[in-house]
Design a protein around this ligand. Structure first.
Ligand SMILES: NC(=O)C1=CN([C@@H]2O[C@H](COP(=O)(O)OP(=O)(O)OC[C@H]3O[C@@H](n4cnc5c(N)ncnc54)[C@H](OP(=O)(O)O)[C@@H]3O)[C@@H](O)[C@H]2O)C=CC1
Ligand SMILES: CC[C@](O)(C(C)=O)C(=O)O
Ligand SMILES: [Mg+2]
Ligand SMILES: [Mg+2]
Length: 488
């Protein structure tokens, strides 16, 4: 049963609005978990990378996998054993565990938690990195068990890379209020977040509900769905207009990473400032048009996430053996962009901006719409920022590795399903808009013979960009992150 939908509106709003930025003085490293036995269920994208960080932070980490994964020496078994972790069956590992980290795919959570729970010792703690099972499926956990969430706002690969750089990724933590029998859930979640490096990048004390509703919205829209939509449409347009396919392929595959890198340093303002004045004004206007066209789709995704229609649809697909997910994955693999090969020509960093005005506009429109839609639904600006602007470059990095295949492989199955759902609606939605697109905004850039602009128009555009609420909260949060980095 959908737990969120069982709550009265007053509590729904209270939970959605839970979000406070924690000060680094509130953390005491991994002390609370020192000497405790941490057992991770599953060794995939999050499982492996979080486990490596937790062990490097001085904690006792081992893995439990389903019997078949051990017997068949599957990838998860190899991930754990080749990295020197103890691995065992549920019966061998769970009865002595103090903290069990459920890092299996969301669709398996009901099965996994049902199998794991009876083997857990009295008073132990069960942790998640995404609250879907609790919020959307209403999983009831044994009363003596504490239930917490530590949700990194990043793919597993970046969780590890940032830790190795001596830092971490922003993380949401929460305690399931119905399962905090010893009153120490928050201390456990804080120590777990510190063990992954999250406390060095910024931790939001949130709720299972706020995490689920914001995470689903971010991944379906700007983080994955929008980048997939943009990749398909921009590539097709360039080919239609006679741009060399190797150039088009390269502009897109590496373009998302290059233009969104600017977001990390100075948000949308900095990304737009990378364009010359006429390109910036053109880009701004395109983004405004895109926002008008796509706003109803963003609203639909938010409404379906809030009301439960999204999770109901996805769970029906789980029951149907992932028929839709697998079909969409196959279709994505057959798109012209995915089959294209990047050329070996050089594209300078600046050229990605100059010749990718439409891509910049799609990023701007997608980030702002996702942020605006989440905030309008009751999600706090800090969470909305992490789930829109902050994480976009981290996902864009995955496309530069192996295109959409890599992005959809690295993200969770839940995110992958939502990505296809959005892209399959957004590509046709933008069909008419794309008919009017020429190579000046994708592929070749504006003619450089006249760089003049109207002063007032430029001032208005700059003001609008800089005063968007995502820029205001973003500046504050990036300031915290820079301050933390300089302390280390
Ligand atoms: N992917 C990401 O970057 C992010 C994921 N999350 C969340 O983290 C959690 C884990 O996701 P993710 O890392 O993507 O998962 P993966 O798909 O990468 O890994 C799944 C692991 O679980 C194991 N597994 C699968 N089915 C079962 C089962 N029925 N019983 C036991 N083990 C099983 C797999 O091993 P095997 O099949 O070999 O048994 C594999 O080791 C999810 O809740 C997700 O929402 C949160 C933030 C980001
Ligand atoms: C953006 C997708 C994500 O939410 C993530 C990496 O944060 C996921 O579920 O994989
Ligand atoms: Mg996420
Ligand atoms: Mg997710």
């Amino acid at each position: 049963m959908n737990y969120f939908n069982t709550l009265p509106l007053r509590l729904q709003l209270e939970q959605l609005g839970k979000c406070s930025f924690m000060d680094s003085s509130e953390f005491n490293g991994v002390e609370k978990l020192k000497g405790k036995k941490l057992v991770i269920v599953g060794c995939g994208a999050q499982g492996l990378n979080q486990g490596l960080n937790l062990r490097d932070s001085g904690l006792d980490v081992s893995y439990t996998l389903r019997q078949a994964a051990i017997d068949e020496k599957r990838q998860s078994y190899l991930n754990a054993t080749e990295n020197g972790f103890p691995v065992g069956t549920y019966e061998e590992m769970l009865p002595t565990a103090d903290l069990v980290l459920n890092l299996t795919p969301d669709k398996q959570h009901t099965n996994v938690v049902t199998a794991v729970m009876p083997l857990m010792k009295k008073g132990a703690c069960l942790a998640y990195s995404h609250g879907f099972n609790i919020v959307e499926e209403g999983m009831q956990v044994r009363e003596d068990l504490t239930v917490v969430m530590v949700a990194p706002k990043s793919p597993g690969t970046e969780v590890r890379e940032e830790y190795k750089r001596g830092f971490g990724v922003p993380t949401l933590i929460a305690v399931h209020e119905e399962n905090d029998p010893n009153g120490d859930g928050l201390e456990i979640a804080k120590a777990y977040a510190a063990g992954t490096g999250g406390d060095r990048a910024g931790v939001l004390l949130s709720s299972f509900i706020a995490e689920v509703k914001s995470d689903l919205m971010g991944e379906q829209t700007i983080l994955c769905g929008m980048l997939q939509t943009g990749s398909i449409l921009c590539y097709n347009k360039m080919i239609e207009k006679g741009v060399d396919s190797g150039y088009a392929s390269k502009l897109i595959q590496y373009g998302w990473e290059t233009v969104t890198e600017a977001l990390k340093h100075g948000g949308i303002t900095n990304m737009m400032d990378r364009l010359n004045n006429p390109s910036k004004i053109t880009c701004f206007e395109i983004a405004e048009d895109l926002k008008t066209i796509m706003r109803p789709l963003f609203n639909k995704h938010m409404d379906d996430i809030m009301g439960g229609a999204f999770s109901e649809g996805m769970m029906a697909d789980w029951k149907d053996g992932d028929a839709k997910l697998l079909g969409w994955r196959e279709e994505t693999g057959q798109t012209a962009f995915e089959k294209s090969v990047a050329g070996d020509m050089e594209i300078t960093e600046q050229e990605f901006f100059d010749n990718g005005i439409l891509m910049v506009a799609m990023v701007k429109a997608g980030v702002e719409l996702a942020f605006e839609t989440m905030v309008a639904a009751g999600i706090k600006e800090e969470s909305a920022y992490y789930e829109s602007l902050h994480e976009t470059p981290l996902i864009a990095n995955t496309i530069s590795r192996k295109k959409l295949y890599e992005m959809n492989k690295v993200i969770s199955d839940t995110a992958e399903y939502g990505c296809y759902l959005f892209a399959n609606a957004c590509v046709p939605l933008l069909e008419d808009f794309m008919k009017g697109v020429e190579t000046d905004i994708i592929g070749k850039g504006l003619a450089a013979d006249n760089n003049g602009v109207d002063n007032m128009a430029l001032i208005e555009v700059n003001e609008a960009i800089r005063n968007h609420p995502v820029e205001i909260i973003g500046k504050e949060l990036r300031g915290f992150m820079t301050a933390m980095k300089s302390i280390l």
